[in-house]
Design a protein around this ligand. Structure first.
Ligand code: FAD
Ligand code: AMP
Length: 478
């Protein structure tokens, strides 16, 4: 017999579980279908983000940062410690405890809010029905007034480097290495490659990153990307640009990688190879051909600005639709959709989504880059403040990087903020809030910031936009 719900969500990642909780909070009878199983065969909530993405990667980034700091960063404070050692299995166990705590927390929130978790693979059928196939192969049909598809994304595999989960691994495998590889190759110097490369570099691996593009972090502001490249190079990340991997073969316990550059063909031998060449929407087998859903040319479920698909009463959110593949983007889309289902006039501000790379220092951005504004012919002014002039950053011995604020040349409205530096993720958020309120650089400049704090660098960058910074020599007014 088929059960009827007001809202059925497919996928329990940050897009789907947030949409489910929000829907239940607004009084809708809600079910969330999830195919991920834990080791005991029970439904596992949290999706990529909680299980094999944002959270476990940050756990390892924090552990490895503490290790590297104990090894290299304490002497300057007058602290001497015995050479630290790293127990990798213990580090992994800590990571898993955090993952279990958070995924269990989602299960608790589902229970508390009355969301029904249904274990199985969901497929959208015509007429707002969802077919669910469980692990035993049993099929049932659920009826829904509204369906929200939040099936997420999967790592991209490239034919030259097929994943064998032993020597050639993807991001999930890179979170599970039980020993520190002597030599580690990483294909792709994007967000995930840089984070995972950093973890193992800090723990002692010699890390070579092979990136096909000639430009480092092309989506970032050019000045910030340049500064980041210098900082990461100093940390020992060997980032080779214009290096396209064409072959990876396992031979006698090593991975032999062939890559081509403008100079010709090269080979390198690694103990492990991480393939981090991006992610693709998880849209295969997700809907019946007559369901009305369509894919765009890149395989994302086609949606409009309100995340409505081409099928009536079916929405799609998160990594499975266009836009940046970020957990918070999917969550906010989920909330927007549910609020609209409830009759509210909710909408997303896609121009104001922050993104962060959690290297050390962190790299964070919101809004337009300088190169984008140039290309669009927009007149702008810039304020830059280096952390080397921040008292708080110096006190913490963490003074690499800068804050760069960009404002419209005439209106002074903030158009973007780009940071490489300590706590960049938290600092950029201050500008995200300002931008959401349509703030000008002067509004930020007139705000009182506590002293001494890293956020003073944001204040000074805002002052610098009009040549008014106090703690650096101002560049000539633009
Ligand atoms: P997902 O989290 O992928 O969840 C989709 C869920 O749907 C999965 O649980 C899947 O099993 C389920 N599913 C799929 N198809 C079906 C089906 N047919 N039936 C039932 N269930 C189905 N983002 C950030 O914002 N910050 C970070 O720091 C960050 N770090 C990352 C680090 C790594 C190593 C990786 C891999 C990703 C990282 N991301 C980060 C990206 C982030 O994880 C994703 O953007 C986010 O998880 C997308 O959320 P989602 O809900 O759309 O999809
Ligand atoms: P991101 O999408 O941010 O995770 O970045 C993935 C990166 O992998 C991109 O910068 C791609 O240019 C890079 N990439 C894709 N295929 C290859 C390849 N065969 N060799 C080297 N780099 C690659």
């Amino acid at each position: 017999m088929s059960e009827k719900y007001d809202v059925v969500v497919i996928g329990a990642g940050p897009a789907g579980y947030v949409a489910s909780i929000k829907a239940a909070q607004l009084g809708f009878k809600t079910a969330c279908v999830e195919q991920w199983l834990d080791e005991k065969g029970k439904v596992q909530l949290g999706g990529t983000c909680l299980n094999v993405g944002c959270i476990p990667s940050k756990a390892l980034l924090d552990s490895s940062h503490k290790y590297a700091e104990a090894r290299d960063g304490l002497e300057i404070h007058g602290i001497s410690v015995k050479k630290p050692t790293i127990d990798v299995p213990l580090m992994l166990a800590r990571k898993q405890t955090i993952v279990d705590q958070l995924t269990g927390g989602i299960a608790g929130l589902f229970k508390h809010n009355g969301v029904t978790a249904i274990s199985g693979k969901g497929k959208v059928l015509v007429g707002a029905k969802v077919e669910v196939t469980n692990a035993a192969g049993e099929v049932m049909e659920i009826e829904a007034d509204k369906i929200i598809v939040a099936a997420g994304s999967l790592p991209v595999n490239i034919p030259p480097a097929p994943i064998d989960n032993e020597y050639i691994i993807d991001s999930t495998g890179a979170l599970e290495l039980t020993d520190v590889p002597g030599r580690l190759g990483v294909i792709g110097a994007g967000v995930i490659g840089l984070e995972l490369g950093s973890v193992w570099r800090r723990l002692g691996s010699e890390v070579v990153m092979l990136e096909a593009l000639d430009t480092f972090l092309p989506m970032m502001d050019i000045q910030i990307a340049k500064e980041t490249g210098k900082i990461l190079k100093k940390q020992g990340l060997d980032i080779r640009l214009g290096a396209r991997v064409t072959k990876a073969e396992v031979k006698k316990g090593k991975v032999e990688v062939t890559y081509s550059t403008a100079e010709g063909e090269h080979t390198e031998s690694f103990d492990k190879l991480i393939v981090a060449v991006g992610r693709k929407p998880h849209s295969e087998g997700l809907f019946a051909t007559d369901s009305g859903l369509t894919l765009d040319e890149r395989g994302y479920i086609y949606v409009n600005e309100y995340c409505e698909t081409e099928a009536p009463n079916v929405y799609a959110v998160g990594d499975v639709v266009r836009g940046p593949m970020l957990a918070h983007k999917g969550s906010e889309e989920g909330v927007m959709v549910v609020e609209r289902i409830a009759g509210k006039q909710a909408q997303m501000n896609y121009d104001c989504i922050p993104s962060v790379i959690y290297t050390h220092p962190e790299i964070a951005a919101v809004g337009k880059t300088e190169q984008e504004l140039k290309a669009d012919g927009v007149e702008y002014k810039i304020g830059v403040f280096p952390f080397a002039a921040s008292g708080r950053a110096l006190a913490a011995n963490d003074s690499e990087g800068m804050v760069k604020l960009i404002a419209h040349a005439e209106t002074d409205r903030i158009l973007g903020c780009h940071i490489v530096g300590p706590s960049a993720a938290d600092l950029v958020q201050q500008v995200v809030i300002a931008m959401e309120f349509g703030s000008s650089a002067e509004d930020l400049a007139l705000t009182v910031f506590s002293h001494p704090a890293l956020s003073e660098a944001v204040h000074e960058a805002a002052l610098a936009v009009d040549g008014q910074a106090i703690h650096i020599a101002n560049r000539k007014k633009r």
